[in-house]
Design a protein around this ligand. Structure first.
Ligand SMILES: [Cu+2]
Length: 119
């Protein structure tokens, strides 16, 4: 009985601790660079992206009738801080990243964020 409870307990524990799966279907490669597309509207999506290290990267942020604070984008590691247009595409050029590097974007109020992990 105790063992059964322990097994169920650990199963529930691991179910809630399942790591977030990094998206790759918003990463497009071509002409020696990669484009990472993030949608900003109510949140940043996808929240976690896996991209390639050692390759110049364009962070492309798409807005579409975005009037919430996700349009106030900060990328701390780039010293980037801009008001995105309510609708449109904004390209931010990133240098090739080291393996293991993470680039984070965050709204001006710090409520919403996204991460791009480079490997
Ligand atoms: Cu915000």
């Amino acid at each position: 009985m105790v063992i059964a409870i322990a097994i169920i307990g650990s199963a529930l524990y691991f179910a809630t601790k399942t790591p977030e799966v990094a998206s790759t279907n918003n990463v497009y490669e071509g002409h020696g660079q990669q484009i990472v597309e993030i949608t900003a509207k109510g949140k940043y999506a996808p929240h976690l992206t896996a991209a390639k290290a050692g390759m110049p990267t364009v962070l492309r942020v798409k807005t579409d009738g975005t009037y919430d604070c996700t349009s106030q984008l900060i990328v701390p590691s780039m010293g980037y801080r801009q008001a995105l247009p309510p609708t449109g595409m904004t390209d931010i050029q990133l240098e090739a990243q080291q393996p293991g590097a993470t680039v984070r974007g965050v709204c001006a109020m710090g409520m919403y964020n996204f991460e791009i992990k480079f490997n």
